[in-house]
Design a protein around this ligand. Sequence first.
Ligand code: GLN
Ligand code: ZN
Length: 759
Amino acid sequence: MSVDTTTHTAQPFTATVPGTARIGANRELKRAVEAYWAGRSDRAALEAVAVDLRATSRRGLTGTGIDSVPVNTFSYYDQVLDTAVMLGALPQRVEAISDPLDRYFAAARGSDDVTPLEMTKWFDTNYHYIVPEIGPDTAFTLDATRVLTELAEATADGVDGRPVVVGPITFLALSKAVDNAAAPLTRLDEVVPLYVDLLGRLAEAGAQWVQIDEPILVTDTVENLPALAESVYSTLSEARSRPSILVQTYFGDARESLGALGRTGVEAVGVDLVAGGVESVRSAGLGGKIVVAGVVDGRNVWRTDLDAALGVLESLRGSVGSLVVSTSCSTLHVPYTLAGEDGLDNTLRGWLAFASEKHAEVVALARAFANGRADQADVFDAAATALASRADDPRLHVDAVRARLTALTSADWTRSDSAARRTVQDAALNLPTLATTTIGSYPQTTDIRKARQALRTGTIDAAEYTHHMQAEIADVIALQEQVGLDVLVHGEPERNDMVQYFAEQLDGFFATVNGWVQSYGSRCVRPPILFGDVVRPAPMTVDWFAYAQSLASKPVKGMLTGPVTILAWSFVRDDQPLADTAKQVALAIRDETVDLEQSGAAIIQVDEPALRELLPLRAADRAAYLDWAVTAFRLSTAGVGDATQIHTHLCYSEFGEVIGAIADLDADVTSIEAARSHMEVLADLNGIGFANQVGPGVYDIHSPRVPAADEVTASLREALAAVPADRLWVNPDCGLKTRTTGEVTEALTNMVAAAHAVR
Ligand code: GLN
Ligand code: ZN
């Protein structure tokens, strides 16, 4: 039903979420798209799975009591890529693919003749979005097929869906200018009219509400955001025919823009009251607006203190028009449900809430807000009792760990001068210039996964499992020696995941059975829960390393995950500062480096791919973060002698803003993703006088495409133009676990050939 703006009355609702996961409670979508990609199933089968997942998701929400259901939150790969499709903003090189679904997947993952778009982290989460490319030739046109289809699907199901789209400011701010085009945000006046059209189409299709996501409004690194918000949302709210508009922010405090939105004609504003403050909302002049109050944390797993959350809601009474209860952001970022997590002890379970439990918390809060706490007394009391047990659980305060932290001084995170270390290491290692290596993982084959599964279910015992893994290690060592790499790795077959592997061996962590969350496309991760003080009961990697080194004539790198990445890819306790938790993890990793060194490791790599990811969204908060992050890394790597070469690895991000911190890590060798962003990072490193060794990725491992030797040579020469040969390493962009052995053998052969050609 279309609505005349002058007499616009918004249909009320009380409890919602900005979005939900779509991968499926048992990763049904992952299986379906991967089968489609592999040619094992057809489009109809894929679409049937998608339709089913959407229906299940809607039913879950309405069944819980959510009274406004987000739709179009489904995606075959990524919602930003979906928005690019909706706006006709895919690059020329994929337009040649006539089939829309294959074009979409080619943009996301590449194909035989198309390089994919870049991928990067969605704000400060571990979800990756596809970066749209906006060039001079980009001709925006509206394609509302998907959103209309999903709306119609909900309607047919008797659900009054609220379509969700990424907003124009966020879309353009996250896009990348290509071919010398102006900054994408300068194209707002071309894009906003398409949103006006979209609103008309949605109204015509019967939508009562639309949610337009503008998380960019919580950042302070894009100029003029409040003015842009005011102008865009004034225009959109003046659309002749439209649903009621909810502008949804999340991941922080949108304080500068809330007032601006208040001056527009939009009906509702969504705010994150977990990462953001209530004061910004009270003072924003939202007296005439519906405020969708995200008081339940959508991106961490802790059970909500319902009394505290109700207090926040009550404190907004009177300063906003009316209130709707919500999660702080889409529950895409947390696992589906606690049901089935049978390994959790009851105390720990009592502290947790996953997506479906959070949805129920939202509903309980909405009812308590409307009818008083007494209406939900049982639910509130149960939460209070469970959370009270957290305060005096002994696992949260281990005296030995606390004492070690207190005794730390800067000598514990300082190594000797890097040039001096270099001399000792060169003599010890005797590597060629342009040394070749890989980032750590080799293909996680079906055999490996089967062995892990068999160990879990008890079909094989630990000894048999070790045998399997050793055989894999032997294969990987043989492959590397055959290809002719200079520094080898054991291949990480025993690691289900680079964080979870460590979490499973450290006290203070708990691993879930089915707590999967989408990381990118079909890739899911199962973040461990860091709930207590961190203790390393025994060495975690030494036996695997020692076995690999015993088979190899070349040096094998010890492989560890750094403290910042372990935090970033876990759900972390919220009862103490992150910096303190990071130091605890750092000490555990440090002990491991010392043990590796003692068992003969001359090179140890401590990966920090998530260094950039935790960077605060606001500039003012960044220095403090980088300070503790760098300290934690150095603490974890400064326990070894000068002769031990410390490598680190960084990937998945724009490094510009953390470039100084990368230098401060003071690793002897830094391997860094560069192939997709064409070595821009080297110029940045030069800009700050970075003098340690560096291995910019010479080819992209995210795509199944095998790079030809001359392609790798070209990329290596590009690197050489920025960094002298005596500081340059040759390696892929990242670990090889998602590739096949065939792809890896061919690609590495070409990489080694390129290194030889250039040497
Ligand atoms: N060592 C890890 C691997 O090779 C690093 C992965 C990463 O950077 N994400 O898989
Ligand atoms: Zn990587």
